[in-house]
Design a protein. Structure first.
Length: 164
């Protein structure tokens, strides 16, 4: 009788935790600026679930990459708050090849270490570049894009700009 009193609540707590981690999603689009004319939304939790299912069904992949660098900072520990929906947008009156995203930062200093460990060039004032990826760090937010042409218009049109 005592085992049933313990096991049933544990199963319910486990089921609630699995639901919260894998299926509950925050559907607010609070990081899209007003001057965005196209938005692409990627369901991060669904991709994570598919990755984990694939990993479980193919045990040969469990060993991981043998060439992993111990000195580099992992994306998981990079200081970025991973949203439920990754939001990529295009800014009105910009070229078709220019796409941007705004991410929340948990730890800006750790994110800068992550960028430096992945050979991003520090251009000063929180601006970083590697090939065709441009990143600007603004307090607890980071704007990433394929060009740096629209960063100023994004900063002024973003909902988070009023929080400064």
């Amino acid at each position: 009788m005592n085992k049933k009193k313990i096991i049933v609540p544990l199963i319910l707590i486990l089921a609630a935790a699995v639901y919260w981690v894998f299926f509950h999603k925050d559907k607010t689009l609070k990081l899209i600026p007003e001057n965005a004319d196209a938005v692409v939304i990627i369901d991060v939790k669904k991709l994570t679930g598919q990755y984990l299912f694939s990993l479980i069904t193919y045990p040969s992949e469990w060993s991981g990459s043998p060439t992993k660098d111990k000195s580099s900072v992992s994306f998981k520990n990079s200081g970025i708050r991973v949203p439920d929906f990754f939001q990529i947008f295009h800014v009105r009156d910009s070229r078709f090849s220019e796409w941007y995203s705004i991410l929340e930062l948990k730890d800006p200093q750790n994110f800068i270490k992550f960028l430096k460990s992945h050979q991003f060039t520090d251009k000063g004032n929180g601006n970083f570049q590697k090939d065709q990826i441009f990143i600007v760090i603004e307090k607890e937010y980071c704007i990433a894009g394929t060009s740096d042409q629209a960063f100023e218009s994004i900063k002024t049109a973003s909902p988070h700009a009023a929080k400064k």
